[in-house]
Design a protein around this ligand. Structure first.
Ligand SMILES: [Zn+2]
Ligand SMILES: [Zn+2]
Length: 260
């Protein structure tokens, strides 16, 4: 079973990770990951964790070289690309320029507020209103049809601030659009090492998306080689329990499946 795993979400020292491309790939091989994707950050805000623009050619070369020598574990070249209002044309241009296998669409910013870098920023905020703004952006990201995978679906829970309002109808609307766009969402296991201490998204959302027939994939969101494939046993049992029997991945933009 282990050899059938996919891990499509991870970072290197090109963004905010602590291991090199080679070290991350080696870890994926060691853990028996069958399909492994590296997805450094691409943000539209200036911050310390985005991949610097001048390093993109070097990044493309590393992947070209590593793909030639990939052994056992298939290596995919992805990127975790932010979604902000009005970024669409730039995303089109960057996809053309980089020829990624796939991109994960993530909402890390509401306006200029980076919602997942500082717990204190949440103190005094209207939590329900923040979730509403977040989900509106996530929906627009899906509607753009430029991305392949929805990253950490319920990220606002990271620091343990949970909405009291019922977002089930909104999640359903987004789920239907993910399916229509032939995209997928990820079980992102990094939530287990955050304050919220649970997978993204929460099991009730996974159940809801399964019932809508939305495809799923797996991502450890590892920022260090030790975290590649973290908590995948837990993620797989959740998927099985809910009814999923396969996960997907994207190669050159084409969706493919693996039985789990
Ligand atoms: Zn992210
Ligand atoms: Zn990430």
């Amino acid at each position: 079973m282990k050899s059938m795993l996919v891990d499509l979400h991870s970072h290197t020292t090109f963004s905010d990770g602590h291991s090199s491309h080679t070290e991350m790939y080696q870890a994926a091989q060691d853990k028996g990951i069958a399909i492994y994707g590296i997805t450094d950050h691409l943000c539209f805000h200036d911050n310390f964790w985005t991949t610097p623009k001048h390093r993109f050619p070097e990044m493309r070369n590393i992947f070209r070289e590593m793909k030639l020598h990939a052994n056992g574990t298939k290596l995919l070249f992805g990127m975790e690309v932010d979604y902000v209002l009005g970024c669409e044309q730039e995303v089109v241009r960057l996809k053309e320029e980089n020829q990624w296998d796939y991109i994960i669409g993530s909402v890390h910013y509401i306006g200029d507020w980076n919602i997942d870098s500082n717990a204190e920023d949440w103190v005094g905020k209207d939590v329900n209103a923040t979730y509403a703004q977040y989900y509106n952006l996530l929906e627009k990201m899906v509607e753009s049809r430029l991305y392949h995978i929805v990253g950490h679906f319920d990220l606002p829970k990271k620091y343990g601030f949970h909405a009291t309002e019922d977002f089930t109808p909104k999640v359903e609307a987004i789920g239907r659009k993910i399916k229509e766009a032939n995209m997928a969402y990820e079980i992102n296991t990094a939530g287990r090492i955050k304050v919220c201490n649970e997978l993204y998204p929460t099991p009730s959302i996974v159940r809801q998306l399964f019932e809508l027939g939305v495809d799923v994939t797996l991502g450890s969101d590892a920022h260090h080689r030790d975290n590649v494939g973290q908590f995948f046993d837990e993620a797989l049992s959740l998927l099985h329990e809910v009814g999923y029997r396969r996960v997907c991945y994207f190669e050159k933009g084409e969706k493919r499946y693996l039985d789990i």
